[in-house]
Design a protein around this ligand. Structure first.
Ligand code: NAD
Length: 330
């Protein structure tokens, strides 16, 4: 018996990645939609056979509480709306899958965690990389230390954002846009999972070469200090296509490039071993992992607390940048 998933927000990620992946999943399937765009309803119903009684809008979404066909609500909305709709989903008694970044500040993350606890539903954050096999090998190396103790890391993720529509939420502040929220959580999460450690402090600067069209951070540079003197230099940007996670240890190291592409993660170690990309569908793997956790009553791989840990650092990154790059203790 598969779990029924309802996607909330039928934009790019739901349309191009999640809905197709939900045709490949073994433990869950696409059964419902929540949308504010009536013209999308017949298109989605025809394509995915979604029943009339499984179609909701943002005003009546809470009524999903009475719908036994929907087990999971997947929040795929602009970042500043994650909290509101995650809480509505939890209060309807549904398990919550929430896209990254979890929310736009740590307080909002805590409110989502509380709502899910109170309603006794699972909460997972859409960090698909943590479900991906090459990434999982890197995560296991944090403990195994095949190249000795980790000393320094370099992580960067970004793409050239054309800013063709200056009103789009991803390049405006109000709905949680900006490179840091969009791409910056990948290097941040990456250096955390590659070390298995939590950063102690951060210093950050924000640069913007196109303030006329990008009304958020275009490029954010942040340096993290971890326990044992380990340091990480990180970058995220809307001004260039970059995607690397490099780990330097006492006796060598390893580099993933790209480290968060949908098409797979590939890398090489300092002694020439290739890390071959996983060819499967990352989103299907993530959603099947998360569905199985619900079915088996086990904790999910990427719980809400993991999203909160990143956003606490993001809060500190923005605070540091406001204070001209001052070192902020986390
Ligand atoms: P998008 O802009 O393409 O889609 C957002 C959807 O939200 C649109 O359908 C829009 O109509 C709807 N929406 C509802 N209320 C809105 C409002 N008030 N203002 C604007 N839009 C509103 O964005 P996307 O790229 O699909 O991103 C959605 C979420 O998914 C984000 O949190 C993003 O970070 C995440 N995402 C994750 C990945 C991943 O690999 N895990 C990839 C892409 C996006």
């Amino acid at each position: 018996e598969k779990l029924g998933v309802a996607l909330v927000g039928l934009g790019y990620y739901s349309t191009d990645l999640l809905a197709p992946a939900l045709q490949l999943t073994e433990h869950c399937e696409l059964r419902g939609i929540v949308t504010g765009s009536p013209e999308k309803i017949p298109v989605w119903q025809a394509k995915y056979g979604i029943k009339d009684h499984n179609v909701y809008n943002y005003e009546n979404m809470h009524k999903v509480a009475d719908n036994d066909e929907i087990d999971v609500i997947y929040i795929v909305l602009p970042n500043a709306l994650h909290k509101k709709y995650s809480v509505i989903a939890a209060n309807a008694g549904k398990h919550v899958w929430c896209e990254k970044p979890m929310a736009v500040n740590a307080q909002e993350c805590r409110e989502i965690i509380e709502a899910c606890k109170k309603n006794n539903v699972q909460l997972t954050i859409g960090y698909r990389m943590q479900h991906e096999p090459v990434t999982q090998k890197i995560i296991s190396w944090a403990k195994q230390k095949p190249y000795g103790n980790i000393k320094t890391l370099y992580a960067e993720a970004g793409f050239y954002h054309g800013a063709n529509d200056p009103t789009h939420w991803k390049i405006n502040k109000e709905l949680g846009g900006g490179a840091m929220f969009d791409m910056g959580v990948y290097p941040l999460n990456g250096v955390r999972y590659a070390t298995g450690l939590e950063p102690l402090s951060v210093s950050a600067v924000i640069e913007n070469s196109r303030p006329d069209v990008i009304a958020t951070d275009e490029t954010t540079l942040f340096n993290l200090e971890f326990p044992d003197g380990i340091t990480a230099e990180c970058k995220t940007t809307f001004a260039a296509n970059i995607n690397t996670l490099q780990v330097n240890a006492d006796n060598g190291g390893y580099k993933l490039q790209p480290f968060q592409s949908y098409r797979g993660v590939a890398g090489i170690t300092s002694d020439g071993k290739k890390l071959e990309a996983f060819k499967g569908n990352q989103q299907a793997r993530q959603m099947d992992d998360d569905a199985l956790a619900i079915i088996n009553g086990k904790p999910p791989l990427v719980a809400g607390e993991e999203g909160l840990k990143d956003i606490k650092v993001v809060d500190a990154i923005f605070e540091s940048a406001r204070q001209g790059g001052k070192r902020i203790t986390i």
